[in-house]
Every structure is written in C-alpha cells, then in structure tokens.
Design a protein around this ligand. Structure first.
Ligand code: URA
Length: 239
C-alpha cells in the first residue's frame, strides 16, 4: 500500500502534528516567468484535481498588471476553456470592471485553485495548500499594486485571520506595500441578488483607491525634479 501523500498534500500524520510542515521539491521551486509557471500548472499533479480536470486554468492578463484579481476556482466553463471567469460570473466581472473604467487588458485574473473541484464544491484545505506555490509566485512575478480578493475563500487564503467577507468587503488592507481589497464574489451576487448593490459599491471603493494612488503618483512625479535639483543648487551656493 502506498502511504505517501502526493507532493504538496498534507498526509494524515502531518495533520495530527500541525506544528510539522513537510516541504516538498515544488515548495522550493520558483518560476523565472509566467509562461514557465503556466506550463507547470498544466503539468501539475500535486493534488487529485489534476486527474479530474479537463484543462488547468493558470490565469490570464498582462505580466506587468497593476491589478491582480484572485477568485476561488475554475467552474465548468473555465475547466472546458482553460480561462478564468468565462461563464456568468465572468460576464458580471467584466461589467463591474467596465463600470469603473477598466477592462481585462488592465488586470491579471487568476484563482486560488487552478483546477476545477468536481461539481464546483468548495476548495479543500489540502487543495489550497497544494496550489499555494503557484499563487505565491504569481504575486512575486506580477508584483501588483492592488489585489482584488473575490469572496471568502480567496480572503481566507490571502488574508488569513481577517474578519469575514461580510465585515471587510470594500476595505483597503495594506500588506507588504500591496493594497488588498476584499469584495463579494460575483457568483455570490448572482445567487443572492441582495449582494449586487454592495458588490457594485465595493468596485466603486476600488475605483476610489486607484484614483488616490494615481493622485499620489502625480504628486511624487512633480516633487522628484525639485528634489533632484537640490544638489546642484547646493553646488552653486558653495561651489
Ligand atoms: N468563479 C471563480 O472563482 N473563478 C472562476 O474562474 C470562475 C468562477
């Protein structure tokens, strides 16, 4: 009998010793760029979803996107097409982005799980853990200024220990120089129509934050030439 857990998947023994974490080869690998990360996602067998998926869904968008959007996991349409947010939730996401003057060309979109859980069930902790190195490396390679955290599963993965999504949605949470903004998941708003208005307001909060960041950048850009001129001024004073 094979008692070894697949790479990246917590075994029974590890679960009974939460203080222990076994590092696998994949934990130590960092990718040189997004295409090599994407190839590794397509080859991935770190958890059982690798066997049940039709296509892996690494994510799409410009490698230098200022905004990273992180959803939960591919659904049926995403699994068939290999792209994130191409179903009904994706259409709503496009509409929300348009509403704040953005399009897919401005954002990189991915999920905490890169493969579809059967029947769209919730991601399991072992699957989230196995998929984590990919998301961590996407954050490292893309270096977004803003991360839109879609829904409670992405919130638990990206901002562990935070209050529930109902409490923190629409707020800006700074971590390591990155602005994380949790918002309701578009699929949740399609399911519960009373969440639609708060979701639209969350996106307005995103717009307001982007505007504040742009204003700050403009101030910094005008301040820099003055600061750069100072050493020369000093030379003419004392030279
Ligand atoms: N829901 C998600 O969280 N991700 C997708 O890619 C599609 C639907």
């Amino acid at each position: 009998m094979n008692t070894t857990a697949p790479a990246g998947v917590t075994s029974g023994a590890e679960r009974s010793r939460p203080d222990l974490r076994v590092y696998t080869f994949a934990d130590l690998v960092t990718f040189a760029d997004l295409p090599s990360l994407s190839r590794a996602v397509h080859d991935c067998r770190r958890c059982p979803l690798g066997a049940s998926r039709t296509h892996a869904v690494p994510g799409v968008g410009p490698a230098d996107a200022r905004i990273l959007i992180v959803g939960e996991a591919p659904g049926q349409n995403e699994d068939l097409q290999g792209e994130p947010f191409v179903g009904a939730a994706g259409k709503l996401l496009d509409q929300l982005l348009r509403g704040i003057g953005l399009s897919r060309a401005d954002v990189f979109i991915t999920n905490i799980l890169k493969c579809r859980p059967p029947g769209n069930r919730d991601p399991q902790p072992d699957e989230v853990e196995a998929c984590s190195p990919f998301l961590e490396d996407q954050l490292r390679l893309i270096r977004p200024e803003v991360v839109l955290v879609l829904g409670r599963h992405a919130l638990a993965r990206l901002l562990p220990g935070q209050d529930s999504i109902t409490r923190v949605h629409g707020r800006v949470i700074s971590r390591d120089g990155v602005s994380y903004i949790p918002v309701y998941h578009p699929a949740a708003a399609l399911y519960n129509s009373f969440l639609m208005k708060p979701l639209e307001q969350d996106f307005q909060a995103v717009r307001a934050h982007l505007d504040r960041m742009a204003a700050r950048r403009a101030v910094e850009a005008t301040a820099q030439p003055v600061a750069a001129a100072r050493p020369e001024e000093q030379l003419t004073l004392f030279g």
